[in-house]
Design a protein around this ligand. Structure first.
Ligand SMILES: C[S@@+](CC[C@H](N)C(=O)[O-])C[C@H]1O[C@@H](n2cnc3c(N)ncnc32)[C@H](O)[C@@H]1O
Length: 461
């Protein structure tokens, strides 16, 4: 072996991996180093070695990358949220565009250079202001070794909580919410959750803020059924202007999943409302809602453009959440059908259609991979356009098979994971379909995550 465990070596970082780690070579041997950036010359200590590659720890930055910036956030290097805040934002965008390209090339086998030359792959759309953009936060609550309440974020890849009072990518009103909840927990000696012992009451604080309406939701996730002294918490939180919904989410399970299935409204409405474009949405604590309202509009407008609607089309919106994309499309389509697995999200979707006076959208609760094949088999349903916006794991093959059998004119794939996107595109674009357009949109500045919209068209014969 060229290198051994515990060796300290100097390398130039030439690339960045899918988790934002720096990648360099030492005499042909590849080394992955967390927190190292493309353009850095570093000293690294090898912590783990395999035959042709290894993992190193960053010991010293000998020459910093020209793309290295000082993060605004003092805990950015520890917190698991903003893993690339030390990379210049323009360069973050390049990194994300390349990440999608690499997946399309390596996993999907697509000719990405040709895609770029033929403008099939458009330049990434970045954010104008990549700070304070998130409308949703989930803060874990715990206790430190001195017995003090800690509220903040998990350190990268761990469950140890970094105490914080300000987050540079969240809505700033969270500072006051956290301060008031912290004070309440301390003053009334409310127990906080201990993961290992599965004891204690308060596990997480979920907040949501309406970007247009400014409405605020606070939901405490608890390992129990009641919150002692809840009147005092309500009184305190209600001093924050635009407070709209205060609730408890019951999660008594020994699990890493943050939310349980039951919500108890403590005060106000069981939801907040917000707008994307002209459409008003009602959002419950359990429902999925995109976290970056400004870029979501960009994303949905791209999806709408790719759907190429004239008013005559039947459209399926699979994994529809609270009907966000469905209602956007319904304005330009003849009929839209949405499918979503979370019952409460579908309740919101139906309500959202109603409050926007949209009558050409119908919603089904269930797994897309079960509902669509069943509807196709039993009712021979058809779609001119099928939109999918799955979670990170992508679509099941049984769903993709049904989509291919339904033979829509266009498929619009909205994805938050380039690897599963590339896998599914490969499956879809075998014979009958080809990629016509790809647009990468940055919804998650300073994190490694990225959103992509792809138009897949049926090949004309
Ligand atoms: C990335 S979100 C997209 C939601 C919506 N399109 C939006 O933009 O707000 C994925 C959604 O898929 C839902 N989901 C997860 N697995 C599903 C499945 N097997 N079938 C249907 N929906 C599913 C999730 O609950 C979530 O609402």
């Amino acid at each position: 072996m060229i290198v051994n465990k515990n060796d300290e070596i100097i390398i130039d970082i030439e690339d960045m991996g899918s988790d934002g780690e720096g990648i360099g070579k030492y005499q042909g041997y590849t080394i992955f180093v967390k927190n190292a950036l493309v353009g850095d010359r570093i000293k690294t200590k090898l912590m783990k070695t395999k035959k042709s590659y290894g993992y190193g720890r960053l010991i010293e930055i000998i020459e910093p990358s020209p793309y290295r910036v000082t993060p605004k956030c003092p805990i950015a290097d520890k917190c698991g949220g903003c893993s690339i805040q030390h990379l210049d934002y323009k360069r973050q965008l390049e990194y994300k565009q390349n990440k999608v390209k690499n997946c399309l090339e390596r996993i999907g086998g697509f000719p990405v250079d040709t895609f770029s030359q033929e403008n099939i792959m458009e330049p990434i759309i970045g954010m104008e202001e990549p700070f304070y953009y998130r409308n949703k936060a989930q803060f874990p609550v715990g206790i430190n070794k001195d017995g003090k309440v800690v509220i903040g974020f998990y350190a990268g890849r761990t469950h140890s909580i970094i105490d914080t009072s300000h987050c540079y990518i969240q809505a700033t009103v969270n500072d006051e919410i956290l301060q008031r909840v912290r004070q309440f927990l301390e003053e009334y000696h409310i127990s906080v959750y201990n993961e290992e012992k599965h004891e204690g009451l308060v596990r997480h604080i979920l907040t949501r803020v309406g970007f247009t309406t400014e409405e605020i939701m606070v939901c405490l996730i608890v390992n129990g059924n009641e919150l002692p002294h809840k009147e005092q918490l309500i009184e305190s939180l209600c001093q924050i202007p635009h407070m709209t919904s205060i609730s408890l989410n019951i999660n008594g399970e020994k699990t890493n999943v943050i939310l349980g299935d039951t919500i108890k409204t403590l005060w106000g409405k069981p939801y907040i409302t917000d707008y994307i474009g002209d459409i008003k949405y009602q959002i419950s604590p359990l429902s999925f809602y995109q976290v970056n309202p400004i870029q979501t509009r960009v994303l949905y407008e791209t999806a709408l453009e790719y759907a190429g609607l004239t008013g005559e089309e039947t459209v399926w919106d699979l994994y529809c959440g609270i009907g966000t994309i469905s209602l956007f499309l319904a304005q330009k389509a003849k009929q839209v059908y949405g499918v979503e697995i979370v019952p409460q999200a579908i309740e919101d979707a139906r309500k959202n259609a109603e409050i926007n006076h949209i009558t050409n959208a119908e919603f089904y609760v269930g797994a897309a991979e079960e509902i669509l094949p069943k509807k196709y088999k039993e009712d021979s349903v058809y779609g001119d356009v099928i939109v999918v916006d799955p979670p990170r794991k992508g679509c099941e093959e049984s769903l993709l098979d049904t989509i291919l059998a339904m033979a829509p004119k266009r498929i619009v794939y909205v994805s938050c994971d380039p690897a599963t996107l590339a896998r599914d595109l490969k499956y879809l674009c075998d014979k009958e379909y080809q990629i016509s357009k790809i647009q990468v949109v940055d919804q998650f500045g300073h994190s490694i995550h990225v959103e992509t919209v792809v138009l897949i068209s049926r090949v004309e014969r």
